[in-house]
Design a protein around this ligand. Structure first.
Ligand SMILES: [Zn+2]
Length: 496
């Protein structure tokens, strides 16, 4: 029998919602770099006698996320207490949601391993508070040599949306594509900065292996799943899953069995290691939080949030191919972030042809962005000005070489008009007038050739091409060839 081992992957993604304050108190969510335990209050420390007050903004952002993932939004939902004893929780429970999540039953599309669109079902999106952070002596320079752990509650109570997928991914690459899509979505709709490095987007993966009959597809054995934690980059998600597939498959090949467990990804060693068996840790004794009233999402609130949703990345990709005739690859590239897509469209709005605008954004704009280390939102050249410049290239008024030089000056902070002047290409371009003068000069210097052409002996156009070559040389290659040819032809006609 031809036995095939098939990975089955589902992901849980925690996204830090972009509110100014924590979910149940007025402490700031901007805790990074703050002195440990300086960004806390009696509420988020869970001191006796305090009561949580729900931050409405967190609910709005959660609803927005749910809608973007095509989920159903519950009109009536509650918070539960998830009880577990671990020092990162001062209350010994986390306020989360259990059987009545804010949103459920959604879907998004990724590129499957066969290159086609693949649907990934979203089980649910629920709200919860973040926990504090344990700082172990070995992992923090400040505690060097010490054999103990410290806890920092600055992050405790920061609002999170947990997005849970169905186990619909079949490879590390698909998982990575899914994470990239979720990150793109939360950034598009502005509910999170989606930054994995600083922990505002965290991924846990559930992975198991099915042993199947390669001919019939029948499942012969389905191994227990493990949950992988501590993957702090896209690359880490992919590598950890690749490792885990190899590990689980090797166990099954040797006739062994797998335990349900939580495993920790060690990025520098490139391995996962068992943290704890899942059964032992899993009795959370959920119960409704008596301190928090139910959340009501009214029809008008839902409608208002629905209207506030921007055009989604996949819709924008599709529109770019249809409206502008871009290739799928260009469309996906430009729609990667809303800011880049806006920039491209601003450029087209400034008069540039979509194809040339796409080229310019993908090459020149990105090059300068990388050189200057700037996000597209802070790019020094307004997209409409770049559009005007590119339009001059479109019309043959400016050569690409000169346009690049002009663009370089604009990127240095000059206006389009000043850059054109400085590059010796006044706003008409190095074209028309300047090129006409050069062509005139060439014609005057070559009366014999001109005579030959005017008397009709240049049947193959070789002499005209010769003159055009001289004009181009005169302009040091800066004239646009088609514009120069047109101008030369006109001057010759004037003499006929
Ligand atoms: Zn607080």
């Amino acid at each position: 029998m031809n036995v095939v081992y098939v990975p089955v992957i589902g992901l849980e993604i925690h996204v830090q919602l972009s509110t100014a304050t924590k979910i149940f108190c007025s402490c700031s969510t901007d805790y990074i770099g703050a002195e440990p335990n300086s960004n806390v209050c009696p509420v988020c420390l869970g001191l006796p006698g305090t009561l949580p007050v729900l931050n409405k903004k967190a609910v709005e952002l959660g609803v927005k996320g749910g809608l973007a993932l095509s989920c159903q939004i519950r009109s009536h939902t509650v918070f539960h207490r998830k009880n577990y004893f671990y020092p990162d929780l001062p209350k010994a429970y986390q306020i989360s949601q259990y059987d009545l999540p804010l949103a459920e039953g959604g879907q998004i599309f990724i590129t499957g391993d066969d290159g086609k669109q693949k649907k990934i079902r979203i089980t649910r999106l629920h709200l919860e508070e973040d926990a504090g952070k344990l700082v172990h002596s070995a992992s923090d320079g400040r505690l060097e040599g010490a054999a103990f752990s410290c806890v920092d509650y600055n992050r405790g109570g920061v609002p999170l949306a947990e997005i849970v997928s169905e186990p619909d991914m079949a490879s590390p690459r698909e998982a990575r594509d899914y994470v990239a899509r979720i990150r793109q979505i939360v950034r598009y709709i502005g509910i999170s900065d989606g930054d994995m490095e600083n922990g505002s987007l965290r991924v846990d993966a559930n992975i198991s292996i099915q042993k199947t009959d390669g001919e019939t597809g029948e499942i012969l054995y389905w191994g227990e799943r493990s949950e992988i934690k501590n993957m702090n980059s896209m690359r880490a998600v992919e590598r950890a899953l690749e490792y885990e597939i190899r590990r689980q498959e090797a166990v099954l090949r040797q006739g062994g069995t797998l335990d349900r467990e939580t495993r920790h990804w060690n990025d520098s060693d490139g391995i996962t290691a068992s943290m704890r068996s899942k059964e032992a840790a899993n009795d959370y004794r959920y119960f409704p939080d008596p301190d928090l009233p139910p959340i009501e999402v009214t029809g008008s609130m839902l409608q208002e949030i629905q209207f506030s949703l921007p055009e989604m990345p996949w819709a924008r990709e599709e529109r770019f191919t249809v409206q502008y005739g871009l290739s799928r690859e260009d469309a996906v590239f430009l729609a990667e972030s809303a800011a880049l897509a806006d920039f491209f469209e601003g450029c087209v709005g400034g008069g540039a042809s979509p194809l040339r605008a796409s080229n310019w954004v993908r090459t020149e704009v990105l090059r300068v962005m990388n050189e200057q280390g700037l996000p597209v939102g802070e790019f020094p050249v307004a997209p409409s000005s770049l559009g005007e410049l590119v339009a001059m290239v479109d019309r043959g008024k400016l050569s690409t070489t000169v346009a690049r030089e002009v663009f370089g000056l604009m990127a240095g902070g000059k206006t389009l008009a000043d850059s054109l002047t400085a590059a010796g290409a006044s706003s008409g371009g190095l074209s028309e007038e300047a090129v006409a003068q050069m062509a005139q000069k060439v014609l005057q210097a070559n009366p014999d050739v001109v005579d030959e052409i005017l008397s009709g002996r240049d049947t193959k156009g070789k002499k005209t091409k010769f003159l055009l070559g001289l004009v181009m040389k005169e302009s040091r290659g800066q004239a646009a060839a088609d514009a120069a040819a047109r101008i030369l032809e006109k001057l010759l006609n004037d003499r006929r």
